[in-house]
Write a protein that binds this ligand. Sequence first.
Ligand code: PAF
Length: 277
Amino acid sequence: MKIIRSVSAMKKWGELNGGDCGFVPTLGALHDGHVSLIRRARKENRKVAVSVFVNPLQFGRRQYLLYPRDIKGDAEIALKAGADVLFAPSARDIYNPGFEGRIILPQLFRTLQSQRLEWHFKGVLVVVMKLFQIVRPGRAYFGLKDPHQLALIEKMAADFDVPVVIRKCPTVRERGGLARSSRNALLTADERRAARVIYKALMIGKNELKKAGVARALAEMKKTISSEKTARIEHMEIVDPLTLSPLDGRSKEALIFAAVSIGGKRLTDNVRFRLAR
Ligand code: PAF
């Protein structure tokens, strides 16, 4: 496996291999969730590229500095999972001085209900668009773990005619249900155990939604999460996964999303399922 650090070298690789390449963009600290994306990309493409880039545009300064970084470990994992190239650029090379590109999707941004999230996803869209231009993949692989990110990236690719197929891949979970995430590396053993409450609450929410509707489902989820001392709810919602808007008579599926801080570390998870009508 080749490790490419510079944007110009990666562009050359992209020009030669891009169309026939499966791409897995990541923030690094690779875990089983990423491995499942890389393996799927390996099955479906001639070449596989993985990027590791902690994007300063999508994090506050503290979170940016705290984000776990382990390029050596990432390279080993990516190689074992079947990547041909690991692209690990510097922030200065991705965003040259004076860079001010922005992408705005007003309708979807309105559903995010928080300026902080809107700011975060603006940063995500910019970097994903840049990575698509550099790597030029035929297919790109994203986990269903972040449904807002997925909906925004799909819309961006469609609106800007980016010639990439977005592949949506299931969330990989630890025993006990905790969704795999690079942030789990920041949790103590006790916090990791406490974090299981998120998936438990989502399952309760799913059950209650079917039986008793949205308000009751949210109330029961809140009760479940509040039973865990170190957990603080940041955001919870039940929406249509396609529009990210409240469920209505046309919704075929429901998405229950929770962002919960465990010992000050923000974790997110969701379940998506068909509605019986
Ligand atoms: O989900 C992630 O890992 C990141 O948001 C992404 C898509 C790599 C952009 O930095």
